[in-house]
Design a protein around this ligand. Structure first.
Ligand code: GRG
Length: 303
């Protein structure tokens, strides 16, 4: 697919996701309207909408049609957004800007920032559960929803993203060098787990087999790890103007990364190999040109 055509499709599909998100936004009313406003402020702040896009593409690649995937697409973006809202808090990264605007806690205060994150996490499951209202009486379809919900909850939880973030926070204060296993655990859980949830949920909702879902889990693992390796590479040799942020911040903070542990050349080779394997998995599913280009661009990105 030509890059121009691909970029046009990305814009079109991102706009469709924004439309779905708007449909599922909670109404800003009642005595709790401030926390609802803070939730919506965070959710509609932009971003690549990568996880719902991955979910929808996998759903369609496996033959899924119809709207049942939509509440799950909204739900995963709510979970992703809550993780960013909490990550930006003074008690975590203490960031004042994200996606070119002030972070949620900076606008609404710490307490409301915490609650907006909590609200988004819970509302994600309230939203995903609304899929049952679309399902009709099919026990088979309801079974898929339960499996999708279990996957989403597990990958976002303490054995997934939250576990990865906890290990990352502890590693920051660690005096002895990080081991390769420790770093992979962090990347696998903090970053890859939610991508796995997206791709696996898409496959489950489309009625994919155990084998299909396992293939998506492996593919998204590769994408997530390679995405993080590329992040570390860009911090060493990226162009600060293109990136829109300073390079070398990891080195200045003495942060141990995939590149400091494995070296630049090995890191590039590993990212390329992970990508190659992810693309091969997708090719096994037949028509997947858009999805293949999406993951390839994500990993070869310059910013
Ligand atoms: C607070 C439980 C909890 C987890 C926080 C999201 C996160 C975990 C930390 C932020 C730092 C970071 C780089 C995490 C890796 C995950 C990741 C790549 C987040 C950014 O995702 P993008 O690039 O963001 O999809 P946009 O803004 O495009 O949605």
């Amino acid at each position: 697919m030509e890059e121009l055509e691909f970029q046009g499709l990305v814009r079109e599909r991102t706009a469709q996701i924004e439309e779905i998100l708007r449909r599922y936004l909670p109404k800003e009313e009642g005595f709790q309207r401030t926390v609802l406003a803070a939730m919506n402020y965070s959710l509609m702040a932009g971003g690549k909408r990568l996880r719902p896009m991955l979910m929808r593409e996998c759903y369609r690649m496996l033959g899924g049609r119809g709207a049942v995937v939509e509440p799950f697409m909204a739900a995963i973006e709510m979970i992703h957004t809550y993780s960013l809202v909490h990550d930006d808090l003074p008690a975590m990264d203490n960031d004042e800007y994200r996606r070119g605007r002030e972070t949620t806690w900076k606008v609404y205060g710490d307490g409301m920032g915490i609650l907006a994150g909590d609200g988004l996490l819970n509302y994600a499951f309230e939203t995903a559960l609304s899929a049952f209202e679309l399902a009709g009486d099919s026990p088979e379809e309801c079974g898929r929803f339960v499996r999708a919900l279990k996957t989403l909850a597990g990958k976002a939880g303490v054995y997934g993203m939250i576990g990865g973030q906890a290990a990352d926070i502890e590693a920051e204060g660690q005096v002895e060098p990080l081991t390769g296993r420790q770093l992979l655990f962090i990347h696998e859980n903090k970053t890859a787990a939610l991508m796995q949830a997206a791709m696996m949920t898409g496959a489950i909702l489309a009625g994919g087999s155990e084998k299909d879902v396992a293939a998506m889990e492996k593919c998204a693992y590769n994408v997530g790890i390679a995405f993080q390796i590329q992040d570390d590479i860009l911090d060493v040799e990226g162009d600060s103007r293109e990136l829109g942020k300073m390079v070398g911040s990891d080195a200045r903070k003495d942060k141990q990364t995939y590149v400091t542990i494995n070296g630049l050349e090995q890191s590039k080779q590993d990212a390329a190999q992970l990508l190659e394997e992810a693309v091969r998995i997708l090719e096994g599913f037949g028509e997947s040109a858009f999805l293949r280009q999406l993951v390839t661009n994500l990993i070869n990105r310059k910013k």
